[in-house]
Design a protein around this ligand. Structure first.
Ligand code: FEO
Length: 399
């Protein structure tokens, strides 16, 4: 595994090949917790790793530098996937100052204590000379937590970007040109949809603030390092953070006896117009992670549920809560579904939830009693065509 980013700058992180659940994010390809060692007059570590991986992190650092020579340990983010090895690192690198911003220090202390650690607080605009290089700090609140920050090395045009531009993928490859670009762009999109999207306004502010920096390499805290395909990832973030969608519709549903499923199929078939991408997902057979990823660039959608005890199906409820948490509002759609002996049911509840989420309803709820008639299925197909037309219009307006 090649780990060298630039002369005297090395990856010393951890590959978590088998993690499949990252606080409910399905990491089908595993994950990495990236950390970096800069050897200069003052040897410096950029971040630590998740606690159980401390030993391998320490061994890699010790192979390259005397642990007693580490003078700075930069903490760019307090979330435990990056900071839970800190208590061990503080002991292992006894001469290191722990450098971070005030919010990050406060959060780390709430997790791990450390009031007596050798802290150095920094804020945006501050810098530290470590010899031939300078570390510049840029606070990036809400990318991904209030405490997050970037560290930039102007001499190398190298940005340590924390969670931003990350991907959950376990690999022996360390760089974007050593792995299939389609895979890492898909994982970057999945990461954005499941971790970053609620904070898109903050991402936009951060991208604007970083726009003036010459950047040759972006070293995130997860996944591969961007050095060849910077335009691809920066272009994608530019779209995702401004809510850019595609001419695409999605049909999400849960079905008890396939009545709601038949309506979902009719909507999907109706939406099959030239230039429109369609996706149909049974929410009980797809992970929330994939559902959110499809939703990220979907212009219009239908959401269906059968009725269970007068309410929507539990998986439908979970998916709606998860999608609402993404905090994307420029979406249009409608609710659909079947009911039995009660006139109100799951579909009505879905519609109420869609309204509460701030999504635009383009038509009333589409419902059937027990089994959809041909008339209902025809109406569903027309509703699908209308969704597709909306998606085309939205995409055209975006240019
Ligand atoms: Fe990878 Fe927000 O932690």
């Amino acid at each position: 595994m090649r780990k060298n980013l630039m002369p005297n700058i090395d990856w010393v992180g951890a590959v978590d090949w088998n993690v499949r659940d990252f606080h409910s994010y399905n990491t089908d390809r595993g994950a990495t917790y990236n950390a970096y060692l800069i050897r200069d007059t003052a040897n410096t570590l950029i971040d630590t790793v998740k606690g159980p991986f401390f030993e391998s992190y320490y061994r890699q650092v010790a192979d390259l530098a005397d642990p007693a020579s580490i003078q700075y340990l930069i903490v760019n983010h307090a979330e435990p996937d990056h900071s839970s090895a800190l208590p061990q690192a503080v002991k292992a690198f006894p001469n290191a100052k722990i450098v971070t911003n005030k919010k990050c220090r406060d959060t780390v202390q709430k997790y791990f204590g450390g009031a007596d650690w050798n802290w150095q607080e920094v804020k945006t605009g501050d810098s530290i000379s470590i010899g031939s290089r300078t570390l510049q700090f840029i606070e990036t609140p809400m990318v991904h937590w209030p405490d997050s920050m970037f560290t930039y090395v102007p001499e190398d045009e190298l940005l340590f970007s924390m969670d931003a531009f990350g991907q959950h993928v376990a690999s022996a490859a360390r760089f974007d040109d050593e792995i299939d670009l389609d895979i890492i762009m898909d994982e970057a999109k999945t990461y954005y949809a499941n971790i970053v999207v609620p904070h898109s306004k903050a991402v936009k502010r951060t991208l604007d603030a970083a726009a003036g920096l010459p950047i040759k390499m972006i070293a995130p805290s997860h996944g591969v390092i961007w050095r060849k395909y910077l335009d691809s990832i920066l272009g994608a973030y530019g779209k995702w953070c401004t809510g850019t969608v595609r001419a695409k519709i999605a049909v999400f549903y849960d079905s008890m006896w396939e009545s709601t499923g038949k309506i979902a199929e009719a909507i999907t078939q109706g939406a099959d117009l030239d230039g429109v991408a369609t996706v149909m997902m049974h929410v009980r057979h797809n992970s929330l992670t994939r559902i959110a990823t499809e939703f990220l660039d979907t212009a219009a959608f239908a959401f269906g549920s059968s009725t269970l005890n007068n309410l929507m199906m539990p998986a439908a409820s979970a998916a709606l809560v998860y999608l609402r948490g993404m905090n994307v509002q420029n979406r249009t759609g409608f609710a659909f579904g079947s009911y039995g002996w009660g006139a109100k049911g799951g579909a009505d509840q879905v519609e109420e939830y869609m309204k509460a989420a701030g999504w635009t309803l383009n038509r009333p709820v589409l419902k059937c009693s027990y089994r959809p008639t041909q008339q209902i299925l025809d109406e569903a197909a027309e509703a699908g065509r209308e969704l597709a037309r909306i998606a085309l219009e939205v995409a055209e307006k975006q240019g």
